[in-house]
Design a protein around this ligand. Structure first.
Ligand SMILES: Cc1cc2nc3c(=O)[nH]c(=O)nc-3n(C[C@H](O)[C@H](O)[C@H](O)COP(=O)(O)OP(=O)(O)OC[C@H]3O[C@@H](n4cnc5c(N)ncnc54)[C@H](O)[C@@H]3O)c2cc1C
Length: 416
């Protein structure tokens, strides 16, 4: 069923009794041309672009839980392409362009909202670093503007400008940045992939990877064995555990990242703001809740909940930026599992095992990458070679020293 104004009106007149499920619930087949392990945003987007761009339709996405249970349904929905390094900028800008046409492409309202994303600076050194980043973006054809203090005040007057612990000097804004409804991205890609013939297999955990003569030939799952010519791993925070099934040890640590939503209030924040003197960012959802978060919890874990010291840290940063936040009640908080790589950048590559491909290392920034990640991973799987956009996102860069250290923090995953 195609979603359109006419189908909406038709359903309304018939009491909404004719809607069909957004995707089928097929039984697993014995074999596929390709299987993708992980039904998060990246896995679903990969399956969709494999079918759409490369004509591979005998594909399954194997998801151990339900669609939307992982980070794709847990993130704070920010999208941007304000990167500095040549290995990253074209990739993230490609993602931004895919976001801009996504809803028409997959025929799904993902609530893509380019409301602008403003990074504040609070010192001369930070201003210089942001000016450099903004210039690098412009040289790659990406929009960016450096704002001074008065321009920022005119744009977001509700921040603390007059009595701040860390005075705001200005900001770097990407006006094409913004937010997208996270779980709608999962549902939209699942539905679009399903329409192209992809089997979405929920509650199908991969428990083993079969390797014969150095080639991956299939997977063991809780719903039986499945043979596959190509296997793509896109398990985000569980990447190390899934890759270990094939005997691979990844340069990844899993950490917890928390997010928070306040009670709903009238429209207040019509953009995304990030604090430059601590790790804090905030936006407002269409339901009115303020959505915010900060640093990762800083220890290795596979748990989906975090600890109170980070709650306190995030609240402190928020109060330093917007003292009025102290009057709000937090109604929900949760954690997700971050696949932190050693240089803070992702991996989209072949593995040393033939027929086995890897997509991971998204740290806490993989949501914005979802379309390009799926697009590039599909290309890598279908062509057995990376696309130019993900050519630098190699697995062996940690051995060869070709890191993509966007933040300059070195090989310390908890600092990226
Ligand atoms: C609180 C929070 C805030 C964030 N904010 C942002 C943000 O604002 N902007 C941004 O760009 N990014 C953000 N991120 C990061 C982003 O959400 C992730 O990088 C991205 O979603 C990861 O890719 P994914 O969607 O494929 O992951 P997931 O949705 O986690 O998908 C991986 C899937 O693999 C499945 N799986 C694992 N093991 C197996 C197995 N053995 N067999 C089968 N399936 C398996 C899991 O169940 C899961 O569904 C945030 C993350 C969190 C937690």
């Amino acid at each position: 069923m195609r979603y359109a104004l006419t189908s909406l009106l038709g359903q309304a007149l018939r009491g909404n009794r004719g809607w069909t499920p957004a995707w089928r619930r097929p039984e697993p087949k014995a074999s596929y041309d390709a299987v993708i392990v992980g039904g998060g945003g990246h896995g679903l987007a990969t399956a969709y672009y494999l079918a759409k761009e490369h004509g591979l339709t005998n594909i399954a996405v194997l998801e151990k839980g339900w669609i939307g249970n992982g980070n794709i349904g847990r993130n704070t929905t920010l999208i941007r392409s304000n990167y500095l390094l040549p290995g990253n900028v074209p990739f993230y800008e490609h993602s931004m362009k895919l976001w801009e046409g996504l809803e028409q492409d997959i025929n799904y309202n993902a609530m893509v909202s380019q409301r602008g994303l403003l990074n504040l600076y609070h010192s001369d050194a930070q201003r210089d670093a942001f000016a450099r980043r903004g210039n690098a973006m412009r040289m790659h054809g990406v929009d960016s503007e450096l704002l001074d203090r008065e321009q920022v005040r005119a744009f977001v007057p509700y921040l603390d400008f007059d009595n701040a612990r860390f005075p705001i000097q200005g900001g770097l804004i990407q006006r094409r940045g913004g937010t997208v409804r996270h779980d709608a991205v999962a549902w939209g890609y699942a539905r679009a992939a399903d329409r192209l013939g992809v089997d979405i297999l929920e509650h199908c955990e991969v428990t083993g990877i079969d390797i014969v003569d150095g080639r991956a030939v299939g997977v063991q799952t809780t719903r039986g064995a499945i043979r596959a010519k190509k296997i793509g791993l896109a398990a985000a925070g569980n990447s190390s555990r899934v890759a270990a099934l094939a005997g691979l040890r990844l340069p990844i640590e899993s950490h917890v990242l928390q997010a928070f939503v306040s009670e709903g209030v009238k429209p207040l924040i019509d953009t995304v703001v990030t604090f430059g003197a601590g790790h804090f960012y905030i936006s407002q959802s269409d339901k009115g809740g303020l959505v915010f978060g900060g640093d990762i919890d800083g220890y290795n874990s596979y748990a989906w909940r975090g600890n109170l010291p980070i709650v306190e840290d995030v609240a402190e940063c928020g109060m330093a930026l917007m003292p009025m936040l102290g009057r709000l009640r937090v109604v929900r908080s949760w954690g997700g599992l971050m696949d932190m790589s050693m240089d803070g950048s992702p991996i989209i590559d072949k593995t040393p095992i033939d027929g086995l491909y890897l997509n991971c290392g998204w740290c806490y920034g993989g949501f914005k990458a979802t379309p390009a990640s799926g697009w590039c991973f599909a290309h890598t799987i279908a062509r057995d070679a990376p696309h130019a956009f993900n050519a630098a996102m190699r697995l062996d860069r940690f051995a060869t020293g070709h890191l993509i250290d966007e933040r300059g923090a070195g090989n310390r995953p908890n600092l990226h």
